[in-house]
Design a binder for this molecule. Sequence first.
Ligand SMILES: [Zn+2]
Ligand SMILES: [Zn+2]
Ligand SMILES: [Zn+2]
Ligand SMILES: [Zn+2]
Length: 493
Amino acid sequence: MAQLNHTKPFPTLNNIHVDDEATIIEFLNTNSKAIGALKYLGSFVDNLKIKNEIGIKANLQFLIVEREEHYRERAGSDYVFNEKYVREIFEYKYDLPDTFPTTQTEVEEYTIPSTIETHSCNPKQKCSKCHASGRCSSCDGSGSKSCSSCSGTGKKEQRDGNYANGKPKYKKVACYSCDGRGRKSCSSCNGSGKCYRCEGSGEVICSRCDGTSKYQTYVSFSSSFKPVNAKFHFTEYDELNNLIPNTKNKIVFDDDLIEWENQSSVLFDNKDSAIRANKHSKQFINELETLAGLNSSQKFGRIHVEIETVPITVIDYSFEDKEYQIIIIGEDNTICFKEIPKKHSYKANIFKRIKNFFTKKKRQIAFVHIASYMFNADGSMDEPELKLLELFLNNIKLKQEEKNLLVENLKQRMTVDELAPKIKNITGDLRALVFAWQCVMQDGQINQTEIDAFMELSKLFKVKEEELEKIKHKATKFAQLKDNEMLEEYFKA
Ligand SMILES: [Zn+2]
Ligand SMILES: [Zn+2]
Ligand SMILES: [Zn+2]
Ligand SMILES: [Zn+2]
């Protein structure tokens, strides 16, 4: 499959998303160069079919309620059991903020009174520090400890000069740290010998009930609001999907889509209006949870959406028996196509590229001779025929005497044998034959002598009969061009 080409947007084109043929033809003619097509493409197309479709582009804002259950315990019996509170945490009213917060809000925690259970408890606990003995574990209840400085001896050695052989000499003195007693008061119990934590009782206040003899277990839930944004787009034309986000369009809906009071009750629901504003709204409504990335501890609180409707105009047409398609998308008009006609050619070799060795003027005069041959075929030249001939003559740069001579010539009826040498230079260019048929049609009626003359002429171009039909069809297209466009198409080498 050919690659889809697309142009830059053409925001200045107005109202081209229509199904009116004249407008579309005019658009194709005016913009043929910008989209890389042959000139006046609009005038040369057949079987034009226009479909006006739409796509959708949406910005979604989700306000998400995030809640989680917690199993909690506390000392005392202050909380009051109440069975009328439900257990399901998303049944509690959301109380959403009026505006969407920019970041996740602070987490609040709520107790569920129906889950409160009160338990009895021993207000005292065995002291873990002394293993309920009440004795100081550091001094084992004695109130004093062996002095670490003298290892409990009460004495220490002190330097006392040297012996005659130079070795150091020591004497024994009382230990300064314990005043020679060998033991010191215990710092953990300040010498009392009692455990400092339970003050010798072997028991402490129970941490679970805080000494109240009761504690409570219950379920609570934490709750906060989290904003999430998402973008969505859709068209029925898959290949256009990646172009949609870059288009600029009218906003057709900018409102809250739906809001919940809690998980089972909806405060308001605008989905139908969104679908009325753009039928493809259904597409994102069907996948809201995926778009928001909702997980099991989240529910929607409120959804806001801004919807753009993307106009899509699909133009099917044929050119020289081949099917083509052009698609215009967005209010700013991006133009897409896989292939576009770039030049006239029925088959290879038909419009031969003729070397430009004869002058432009000779070529133009040859065209005038063809016109004269065809116009005179039915015995006379009438008004529309003369007008076309005039048009050609006036656009050839001729001296007055050259022109007079040519005009005299043009009044004569010619046989094809007489014509042949005058048009030798263009018999390789089928545009001349297209032109000949346009001359036949010029007076609005086609008679047998004209047809015969045309058939005679076509032999000079060595054209097969089946190709003649295509040439005649092409002539009807050329006839739709404005005068200056037609001259340009025929006269360009
Ligand atoms: Zn207790
Ligand atoms: Zn102690
Ligand atoms: Zn000591
Ligand atoms: Zn203790």
